[in-house]
Design a protein around this ligand. Sequence first.
Ligand code: ADP
Ligand code: MG
Length: 279
Amino acid sequence: MDNPIIQLENVSYAYPDAEAPALSGVSLEIARRSFVAVLGHNGSGKSTLAKCLNAIVVPQSGRVLVNGLDTADEDKLLDVRRTVGMVFQNPDNQIVASVVEDDVAFAPENLGVPPTEIRARVDEALRRVGMYGYRLHAPHLLSGGQKQRVAIAGVLAMQPQCIVLDEPTAMLDPVGRREVLSAVRDLRRHSGMTVVLITHHMEECVYADRLIVMEKGRVAMDGAPREVFPRVEELRALGLTVPETVNLLHQLREAGWDLPLDALTVEDCASKIAELIVS
Ligand code: ADP
Ligand code: MG
């Protein structure tokens, strides 16, 4: 891969007193400006992997390079953290101020960004996630989806090159999930940022360029969603389901319809079925 933003070389990590390692021998590279989704059962190592990407976890063997900087190098910690921003599951734990715009300004203030520039960064970040109109609101009165978008804006205001979101929709209702996902997809489209989205909702992976499936601390599958999702039986064996669209096509195939399994969006799926009905 040409000049990847992140490289993991044979990374292993075990928590103290754990029976099994959380990550075992993981090697992968993440391309600049790509949108990578990471799927896997609970306990498969997704969060540990995410934490390796900005040096919250440093591997016991192997290494993680961010823009070529080793995350184990303490002198480079600030550079690594500026390059890779993290968004976590619970938006309530990420809110630190009582006014939305102060919350978004918090991280750049800590990085020593000049006040005039902070103003511009905060406004831009809030616009990006569709929360500019709420800049003077109290975060605790917002919906879960709105709070999570404010948390994303807080990370954007640091101007990272890569944003890692660890199950950002897990605590949200369906409306909040849609809001956050659409904000994430826009980031990729309009900013050229590298996006790593960790999730256990299959539907959230459909728009990714690449899908990594984790199992017991290892990479079990790795490819474009169109290549990975048709492997329905293997995914089921890992305790995962497939998107509703793939599931429907799979069932129709089993009933004898000659349909491809790689139509992932509802529109794609509907047009494949329509083609068959018309022909
Ligand atoms: P996922 O995010 O896919 O659910 P994690 O990376 O959180 O997976 O966990 C991987 C493994 O590491 C699991 O077996 C989990 O129980 C263990 N683990 C995670 N965090 C800790 C911790 N802080 N202390 C001990 N074990 C942990
Ligand atoms: Mg997790």
